[in-house]
Ligand binder design. Sequence first.
Ligand SMILES: Nc1ncnc2c1ncn2[C@@H]1O[C@H](COP(=O)(O)OP(=O)(O)OP(=O)(O)O)[C@@H](O)[C@H]1O
Ligand SMILES: [Mg+2]
Length: 370
Amino acid sequence: MSEHAVTEQQVLDALRAVIDPDLRRDIVSLGFVKDVKICDGNVAFKIELTTPACPVKDLMKSQAIQAVQQIPGVKSVNVEMTASVRSRQVGVEDLLPNVRHVIAVASGKGGVGKSTVSVNLAVALAQTGAKVGLLDADVYGPSVPLLMGTRETPHVVNDKIIPVERYGVQMMSLGFLLPDDQAVIWRGPMVAGTVRQLLTDVEWGEKDYLIVDLPPGTGDAPMTLSQSVPITGVVIVMTPQDVAFTIAAKSVAMFRKLEEGLGRPIPILGIIENMALFACPHCGEVTRIFSGGGGEQAAERLGVPLLGSIPLDPTISLSGDEGVPAIIAHPESAQAQAFRQIAQALAAQCSIHSMADHTLLRNIPLIWRS
Ligand SMILES: Nc1ncnc2c1ncn2[C@@H]1O[C@H](COP(=O)(O)OP(=O)(O)OP(=O)(O)O)[C@@H](O)[C@H]1O
Ligand SMILES: [Mg+2]
């Protein structure tokens, strides 16, 4: 061994300087550094993040290279960035043990853009390389087939329904199973039964993220979903008018109540403010349309993160009608950028919640009070 033989310990010590900005801990104690190989001063290792949707992947990589280069005797540093999505807590009764994160998209009232947000976030996450499923749990008005531009009838293999795939997302909706003009008169237990079937009778397979588009309001679907699988958390979509706060608060309150009944946490992963700003299609100028504090203030009052704001844009609506999500139809637009940024923030929240010790989290006082 030469005088400057580099050791694995030295490499790990140096890498403790690299901090994951979401988890606020160094990548060594988080267990992200894998396969350290040292050969004659040439160092190679992997950094395995908790999501492929990490916006600061490149920054962390260059920080790691810099840190290791400072060790005397190091000639070259080779870092491979990978991702392995860590699972939510898998519970006793879990109908989807191979799905790492189940994310419910909810709102207190209809028409705020839940379905639009759900499809665009699902596609944005899939574009990062994650395995993504999309479950349309809005049995009253399934809109995923329309928004994703397909009415394909799903195949059944070994008594399981195979999800329909589009834009890299595997999805299931009652809309694929019912004829166009069929009206269903729903009774409470039927909703529960149907949502449960959409979880159990569908071959969801292995997924990093399953986005669940819930019907509006506080009904049976969120209850069945959270009883059937320990969901990673809920995202609340709201519009920025003053009244919207009360509605978002109602939604949060419902999940808090469900959580009490279940005896396990249903974290609110954050708020998404939709139709907040107007980007003029002619000059590009961005204006805030409604008065009131909007999403930022709501998030603060509810004590949850604001994941991001999506501008009001007529092309979102048009792309929806044409069955091409805005993120595919106009990938460079402000709304597509907003969806990508929100997808990253959401993935970060999933990582934070799966890494955190739930008992510790429980001890953090809730800022929100009714
Ligand atoms: N940011 C936006 N800019 C412009 N139009 C939007 C935006 N977000 C949603 N829309 C439009 O608003 C309407 C309602 O959206 P969407 O169907 O996604 O809402 P929802 O909350 O799922 O409704 P529901 O409660 O009926 O399920 C749609 O026509 C959609 O295209
Ligand atoms: Mg909807």
